[in-house]
Design a protein around this ligand. Structure first.
Ligand SMILES: Cc1cc2nc3c(=O)[nH]c(=O)nc-3n(C[C@H](O)[C@H](O)[C@H](O)COP(=O)(O)OP(=O)(O)OC[C@H]3O[C@@H](n4cnc5c(N)ncnc54)[C@H](O)[C@@H]3O)c2cc1C
Length: 498
């Protein structure tokens, strides 16, 4: 979309904005504004013409209609925990940030129908807690759950630790309400499991990273609450063994493996150094470790034999005999299980202290994970001597957060940046060779926009551009993110954001 179509907001425009959202809906304090202009890792700093927090769908619609009329660009925002610079204003002060944070009401919980209706600004953890209060369960679970919002989760189609069993955020949605780029409200807030009336519009907005409209409400699926949960931390000799342990566990648990996370010793070491109160679960150091959880919605049986924990214990003993598991510990109570999860969920936070590093969010078919790790470690270390790879992530989904710490002695991000460019090509080319994805769950944002153009086919890019043009002909919704309609549009360098 030519930049000339897009205008920086005038003072008169800003006053109209204020009239729509009121004083409460304008964020003017510089410190409060800075939160909305900086990405979670602190790598990308943007500047917005205004930051607004509408309180209702009608206010969102009025703001979007005004922007459409004046050609002003909009960056929708949730909890600002995204990792690909998708929710940060990247232009120089000519975009407005539209935060959903004030639209944070739970509108309905229906335990009989297993649904919950929420506004887009509800924090993920609040949804989990609300479901639990009704003896139900909302499975999407990720390290940022205390801050990210369901509108952001939907817009990034967030994954997390339970996709293996329950699916990603897309699988949790029955209906959506969306404000379209021209300000019209699309009411698709239906709670239907079956609805084959033409194109599935809601699926367009899930994972669109705010480029097609603003999600304002959602009807979500909720599930029976797991009551018998067994959590284990294990050491395995290599990733292939982890894969075999997982494959067998699905049968041994009656297909009740809800999470299977691979953790590299270098990553665990960073967590133990930087996150207060954390402890190594196993006595010895092991290069490859796995956090595995089995869950059942049945209460723990009184016989002490048929519950998840004894079954997991018996299964792991079998795996140890076969040499697939070197050591293992099963959480004896909820606090211990929480401590294991705290380690896993702190990986990204620990990484902030371990700069310079870079991280890739890739996926390949689950059975290709061991081969991918072997090939990728070899190629990257050969290209950047001294590089320290520490692949980890949602192994059960074939999704690795392939992280590289800079060689010892490299202290500044700028010094590591040329190597990051080399790694970009090696890792993503290898992903393509393995028929994988360059973004498993974090999205494209601005960080991977050029990479998307490189690896998606011309046909796919054409279809995406056609959808974008049809819904947002003026190009006001989160421009410069996901897909460029005009290939000449300048892309801001977001090195390090992946
Ligand atoms: C510690 C940590 C751990 C993480 N772990 C995971 C993980 O395991 N799995 C995973 O998938 N991600 C993970 N993430 C990434 C991030 O948390 C998710 O992408 C999350 O879904 C973003 O939600 P948010 O509310 O913060 O969205 P934001 O960062 O505010 O926005 C993300 C994108 O969504 C758009 N958007 C936000 N709200 C709306 C709306 N209402 N309508 C339209 N567009 C909107 C924005 O424009 C932007 O493009 C992690 C992040 C951190 C910091």
């Amino acid at each position: 979309m030519p930049d000339t179509l897009i205008a920086p907001p005038s003072t008169a425009f800003l006053e109209k904005l204020r009239a729509i959202v009121g004083e409460r809906g304008m964020v003017e304090d510089p410190q409060a504004r800075a939160f909305h202009e900086t990405d979670w890792r602190g790598y990308v700093l943007g500047r917005a013409a205004a930051v607004v927090k509408p309180g209702t769908t009608e206010e969102v619609a009025a703001v979007v209609a005004l922007c459409n009329e004046h050609g002003v660009k909009i960056v929708p925002q949730g909890g600002v925990t995204g990792l690909v610079a998708a929710g940060i204003p990247v232009r120089d002060g000519d975009e407005i940030v539209l935060s959903l944070a004030r639209m944070n009401r739970i509108l309905d919980v229906n335990p009989t129908a297993y649904t919950m209706t929420v506004e887009a600004g509800v924090v993920l953890q609040t949804i989990q807690e609300t479901a639990a209060a009704h003896d139900r369960y909302f499975p999407i679970s990720l390290g940022a759950q205390g801050s990210c919002m369901i509108g952001g989760n939907l817009s990034t189609n967030a994954g997390g630790a339970t996709v293996l069993h329950y699916g990603n955020t897309r699988s949790m949605v029955l209906g959506l309400e969306v404000v379209l780029p021209d300000g019209r409200i699309w009411d698709g807030l239906r709670a239907l499991k079956k609805d084959n009336t033409g194109y599935d519009l809601k699926d367009l907005f899930v994972g669109a990273e705010g480029t097609l409209g603003v999600i304002t409400k959602a009807v979500l699926k909720i599930f029976p609450r797991p009551k018998d949960v067994a959590t284990a931390w294990l050491a395995v000799p290599e990733p292939q063994a982890a894969l075999e342990v997982l494959a067998g566990a699905r049968i041994a648990s009656d297909d009740s493996v809800t999470s299977c996370e691979l953790i590299h010793e270098l990553g665990l070491d960073g967590i133990l150094r930087h996150i207060p109160g954390t402890q190594r679960p196993l006595q010895e150091r092991h290069t490859w470790q796995v956090l595995m959880e089995w869950s059942s919605t049945r209460p723990i049986p009184p016989d002490g034999e048929s519950g998840m924990r004894p079954r997991l214990e018996a299964y792991l003993a079998e795996c140890m005999e076969k040499g697939l598991v070197l050591d293992a510990v099963i959480a004896q109570n909820e606090a211990q299980a929480r401590a294991f999860w705290h380690l896993r969920e702190s990986h990204a936070e620990a990484g902030r202290h371990d700069d310079p590093a870079c991280s890739f969010d890739i996926s390949v078919a689950v059975e290709k994970i061991p081969g991918f790790i072997e090939a990728c470690n070899a190629a990257t270390v050969a290209a950047v001597p001294g590089l320290r790879p520490r692949p980890m992530g949602h192994m059960g989904d074939g999704n690795l957060h392939y992280t590289f710490s800079a060689p010892q002695g490299v202290k500044a991000r700028a010094e590591f940046a040329p190597s990051v460019k080399v790694l970009d090509r090696i890792v993503h080319d290898m992903v393509a060779e393995f028929d994988g994805s360059i973004s498993a769950e974090h999205g494209i944002g601005s960080a991977k926009l050029l990479e998307l153009e490189r690896y998606r086919s011309a046909t796919e890019l054409d279809v995406m551009r056609a959808i974008k043009k049809a819904l947002d002909p003026k190009g006001i919704m989160n421009p410069g993110k996901v897909i460029r309609v005009d290939p000449d549009e300048t892309v801001r360098d977001a090195t390090g954001m992946r």
